[in-house]
Design a protein around this ligand. Structure first.
Ligand code: NAP
Length: 254
C-alpha cells in the first residue's frame, strides 16, 4: 500500500464532495493518514459515503464556509464538487482566500467531440432548450434541477433520465429512472427504442456516463452539449492520483 506521508503529521482536510472522485480521494487521503471531512450538499437520498468524517448541508455562503474552516482548524480545502456546482466552487475560492487556507480543485477533464459526432455547444440550459428544433424527440440527461427551461418546449417530446424524480414533471414527459453507468449497447437501445432525435447533456466529463456520446455519434443523433460554467482561478488537478500527489507535495513543502 502506498502512503505518501508516512513521516508527516496528520493534517485536517475538508473535501467538498458529491462526486465519485471526491469519494476516491477521501479514501486515498485516509490511507495517507490524514483526518478527512467530506462535505455533501444533502440533495441525494442515501448517498454513497466515503471513509472519514461526513458533514451534510450548506455552510451558509462563503462566510459560513470560512468560519467552518477556521473553527475546524482545516489545513487544506479540496473542491471536488461536480464541474457544474459553480456556486459551491466560487464560495470555496472566496472562503479559502479569506480564511487563508490552501485550496486544490479536483476537476475531471471536459469531454471533447468524438470524430464524426454532431455536437451543438451551447452556454447554458436556456440556450439548450431554445436550439432544439421543433417537434424533436429529446433524451434529457441533465439532472432534476435543470429541467425548467425545457418545460416551455411543449412541441417536443421529452424522455428525462434521472435517479430522483421531481413530483411536478409535465405528465406527458417520459421518465427513464435508471442509474448509470450504461454500456454502449444500452445507450444505443435507449436512443433507438425511443426514436430520439436529440440528446441533451452537460459537459460533465468522466467515463461513467460517456457511452451516451459514443452511442449518439454512431447513430448520428445530434448532441446539444452544455458548456461548463466559468469558475474562479484555483490550483487545479484533473485526477485523484494528481490530487493526492499535489496534496502530498503541498504538505511536504508547506
Ligand atoms: P451549487 O449550485 O454550486 O451549490 C449551491 C449551494 O449548495 C452552495 O452554495 C452550498 O450552500 C450548497 N452546497 C453545494 N455543494 C455542497 C457541498 N459539497 N457541501 C456542502 N454544501 C454544498 O451546487 P449543485 O450544483 O446544486 O450541486 C450540489 C451537490 O451535488 C454538489 O456537492 C455537487 O458536487 C453534486 N453534484 C452536482 C451535479 C450538477 O450537475 N450540478 C452533478 C452531480 C453531483 P451554502 O452556500 O449554504 O454553503
Amino acid at each position: 500500500m502506498t502512503t505518501s506521508n508516512d513521516n508527516a503529521h496528520q493534517r485536517r482536510i475538508l473535501i467538498l464532495g458529491g462526486t465519485g472522485e471526491a469519494r476516491e480521494l477521501a479514501a486515498a487521503l485516509v490511507v495517507d493518514g490524514h483526518a478527512v471531512i467530506s462535505s455533501l450538499a444533502g440533495r441525494t437520498q442515501a448517498p454513497t459515503l466515503p471513509p472519514g468524517e461526513i458533514r451534510i448541508g450548506g455552510f451558509g455562503g462563503p462566510r459560513g464556509l470560512a468560519a467552518y474552516l477556521d473553527e475546524q482548524a482545516i489545513d487544506l480545502l479540496v473542491d471536488a464538487t461536480h464541474p457544474f456546482a459553480a456556486s459551491m466552487s466560487a464560495n470555496a475560492a472566496t472562503a479559502a482566500s479569506s480564511a487563508n487556507v490552501p485550496l486544490v480543485r479536483l476537476e475531471r477533464p471536459a469531454w471533447s467531440r468524438p470524430q464524426g459526432a454532431i455536437w451543438l455547444e451551447v452556454p447554458d440550459m436556456e440556450a439548450a432548450a431554445d436550439v432544439l428544433p421543433e417537434d424533436s424527440r429529446v433524451l434529457l440527461t441533465v439532472g432534476r434541477q435543470d429541467l425548467d427551461p425545457f418545460r416551455k418546449r411543449a412541441d417536443c417530446t421529452f424522455f428525462a433520465r434521472m435517479i430522483e424524480i421531481p413530483a411536478d414533471l409535465p405528465p406527458e414527459w417520459t421518465i427513464i429512472a435508471h442509474r448509470g453507468p450504461f454500456t454502449l449497447a444500452q445507450e444505443k437501445a435507449v436512443l433507438t427504442a425511443n426514436a430520439i432525435t436529440h440528446l441533451v447533456s452537460k459537459n460533465s466529463g468522466g467515463l461513467q456516463v460517456a457511452a451516451k456520446l459514443a452511442a449518439a455519434a454512431q447513430l448520428n443523433v445530434p448532441v446539444i452539449m452544455i458548456a461548463r460554467p466559468a469558475l474562479p482561478e484555483a490550483e487545479t488537478v484533473q485526477t485523484v492520483a494528481q490530487a493526492r500527489e499535489a496534496i502530498g507535495q503541498l504538505f511536504r513543502t508547506g
